[in-house]
Design a binder for this molecule. Structure first.
Ligand code: CA
Length: 276
């Protein structure tokens, strides 16, 4: 058996906003998945989140291609871990910071980021801001990131409960973002995945309206990742959809080795993608 990854993503402007400042992107061939939620007036937020997504994808396309010939599974590519993810995020931060300081109307633009780098069964994750990544494994859901927000900081210190945080008017106050300072520190983690694991990356437009247990319920009742994305987005919209909503889902699957060979020989004939 070989491991492969199935992916689906969806972004929606929501029911109230006039523009969508969220962006996401992935390249399953290079194992990189990224989601960003931009901020700043005059369309600067969508520029910032797009810049961050593009920098991350480009970084790993160059990095992976340079370190090993594609398709050669015998070569362990070096440094595809959380350290390289943090480095790519630092580059995205610098890119937004410089773009923000170089143009009128773009001052103060910034973005959250949540990124995942998949290499075989190893997954590196990193985030800045309040975009999240969840692990769904064997019927349970686990939040892998801790929001860099004022309210979650207060929860951590024991000043308020998570329930109080969810009702707070200060939910918008983010303590860390890309593009606001010259340097940024991402929180990073390395973990090992199991076949069947599903990862959900999401912006706060979903998680402010749809609780973890309900997210799990939706994922368990939708076998297709596309349907699951659509149902998650609709659940947030049904509750007002006052923000942009974005979900990026990927799942580790096992399949017989010859299926990977067939999809390489006949590209486009399968919905599965190699994760190597
Ligand atoms: Ca948002």
């Amino acid at each position: 058996m070989t491991l492969a990854v199935e992916v689906a993503g969806k972004t929606d402007i929501g029911c109230v906003r006039t523009n969508n400042e969220d962006n996401f992107g992935y390249d399953s061939r290079h194992g990189i998945f990224v989601l960003c939620d931009g901020m700043g007036g005059q369309a600067a937020g969508e520029v910032a989140s797009k810049l961050a997504v593009d920098v991350l994808l480009q970084y790993f396309r160059e990095h992976v291609s340079a370190s090993a010939p594609l398709g050669d599974l015998s070569i362990k590519r070096p440094a595809l871990n959380s350290a390289s993810l943090a480095q790519a995020i630092e580059l995205a931060n610098r890119t937004i910071y410089e773009a923000g300081h170089g143009q009128a109307g773009r001052a103060g633009m910034g973005s959250t980021i949540v990124a995942a780098l998949l290499h075989g069964r190893e997954l590196a994750i990193a985030h800045v801001g309040d975009s999240r990544i969840y692990l769904i494994r064997r019927g349970s859901i686990q939040l892998l990131t801790q929001d860099h927000s004022l309210v979650m900081e207060q929860v951590k210190l024991g000043y308020i409960t998570r329930e109080q945080a969810e009702q707070s008017e200060l939910q918008n106050v983010i303590l860390r973002a890309l593009g606001t300072e010259e340097n940024v520190e991402a929180d990073v983690e390395d973990l090992v995945l199991m076949p069947g694991d599903t990862l959900l990356m999401t912006s706060d437009g979903l998680t402010r309206h749809v609780h973890d247990e309900e997210i799990l319920e939706i994922l368990e009742s939708n076998a297709s990742l596309e349907h699951a994305c659509a149902t998650l987005v609709q659940a947030a919209k049904d509750r007002g959809g006052d923000d942009n909503i974005t979900c990026l889902l990927f799942r580790m699957i096992e399949r017989p080795w010859y299926k990977g060979l067939l999809s390489r020989l006949f590209p486009g004939g399968s919905q599965w993608q190699n994760s190597f």
